[in-house]
Design a protein around this ligand. Sequence first.
Ligand code: WTA
Length: 670
Amino acid sequence: MSKKTAAKSAPKKAAKSAAKAGGSSKSLLVENRVFKPAAEFAKKARISSMAQYKAMHAESLKHPDKFFGREAKELLWSKPFKKVLDWKCPNAKWFTGGKLNVSENCLDRHLHDSRKTKAALIWEGEPGEKRVLTYQQLHREVCRFANVLKRHKVKKGDRVIIYMPMIPEAAIAMLACTRIGAVHSVIFGGFSAESIKDRVLDSGASIIITADGGYRRGAVVPLKKNVDDALKGKDTPVKTVVVFRRTGQDVHIEEGRDVWWHRELEYVDAHCAAVAMDSESPLFILYTSGSTGKPKGILHSTGGYLLHAQMTSKYVFDLRDDDVYWCTADVGWVTGHTYMVYGPLALGATSLMYEGAPNWPENDRFWRIIEEYAVTVFYTAPTAIRAFMKWGDNWLKKHDLSSLRLLGTVGEPINPEAWMWYHNKVGGGRCPIVDTWWQTETGGHMITPLPGAVPTKPGTATLPFFGVDVGIVDDLGKEVGANEQGKLVIKKPWPSMLRGIWGDKKRYQETYWSEFKGWYFAGDGARRDKDGYIWIIGRIDDVLNVAGHRLGTAEVESALVSHPTVAEAAVVGRPDEMKGQGVVCFVTVKEGVKTSHELASELKKHVRNVIGPVATPDEVRFAAALPKTRSGKIMRRLLKQIAAGELIKGDTTTLEDINVIAQLAASGED
Ligand code: WTA
């Protein structure tokens, strides 16, 4: 590492935390290494000192109207807003009276200067094809596809499902929806037919945009077939399926329902006026896992979301006109929404999109791409970084990564070892790392360093972004002391906060706003060190984080009990060096069913079929009974310890049948 970047970087030994929360998790270590922003980076950055960050953060909390009113002027409004914020917990309205259009902000407004011919999207397919779409070209494609949607009677407020590979058409479809005020709901390609069906029924979508297939690690994902299965024999609201030809494989075309994307374009022209939308009108729904069996449709609205997406791209990634920015997230996750599409395009930046796997055809695909396109800002997940570490440094050494100037991570806590590797090997010791904590629900970054201002420490997301008022509290809502673990809450509304759960007001109120009155409860545990830096411990609800993907234990449990042999199931996470968490299922079978390795494999497959490959269990363990309290609650704490191979700790006197513990511990599948 260079002296410039690490003024105080002499790695002192990490000392054990005095955290009362205890535990042996690496994330509870106090990390003493501090990396100051390089002077050269700071000089050019929009926020270039702690003093500036602190002053702006203080203003954003004290005078949100003034602060956000000023920032929001950087968006293009067709009608100016009257009021910055209307807040009646849990309902926030931002920029009331204002009208704007997201696609106009992401495209049209860049057509009046040199950005017109600048690359908006750079795309590489897994097999190696390359495409560049300038702002002008992207605008044209979006207008044409918006006209296709109109041709199929999609109107303002209608829901549109997008189930696509990582190709420019995914972004085109999203932007086309926003152009006419339709509400998109993107489904990650790793979800199954059943998951699509649930989302179609819940959202009431009338149209699905998909492709014949997509490429992943050399194989073809049968997207269209999954859509066919989802719609089979079911009375669904879907009237139209638009199919983009990506792989050229044979697909079934249902007469009267399915149409080809390229054929549809023949009927439309490239003029489509952007509809001026109320700032609070719904923009998209994105389904995510919660603590019940049913995923929740997180609803985001227009003005506040776009402002936060643009603002964080500006201050956190510090994106410039000459940057080549690459976010590796799939468009099916919120990171793909905010930081591959809306944030960078609102800012007029160049966003790179890659279709496939990082290890196809070889383990250096990402480094190859960085070198080839001279990527300057790179945003990925800790789980990917750990995989790269495992594959070894030699893959990096073959490539010139000197174009990189800033690195980012998202999705799960990053262990200091991975952070250091990222810093030294990928960033060459010169690039700041922004470890960004946020959620589907928050719409954009919430806790993150600003790279030109905030010194970083490996493993912490550091300090709150503008407008974000973080609390780390005990069960009664009292702030916990330094280095004590508590519950992470947000005490004030912020522009890109979720506006609800689609079709379920009560669940919205109960999930996020009931634990502490007036505060948003994130579902994460965290602690604050003596410098005020926030260390995210991870989920403390029944949500797992597997390779940076959210998965509800109840969702997997409900998939398991839908199998005819299963009587009862309990699913827990166990620490996993690569994926952060692995999925372990404890299963009791019905009377007369014989347990076997085959049945364990069959159950894994079943979960995969019901939810999708993204939820494949790591282990299925059979048990005669599940450990329960006298009141019948499954003792997950014990199951977690058993799954992790730890000795059983704590008080077990409330167990209904203490013998089951021993049986479970000895019941490993292998
Ligand atoms: C976790 C992803 C530690 C956290 C944008 C959160 C993180 C969940 C970080 C949301 C981070 C995300 N450090 N943990 N930098 N970023 N998380 O909705 O547990 O897919 O609650 O949004 O990921 O996952 P989601």
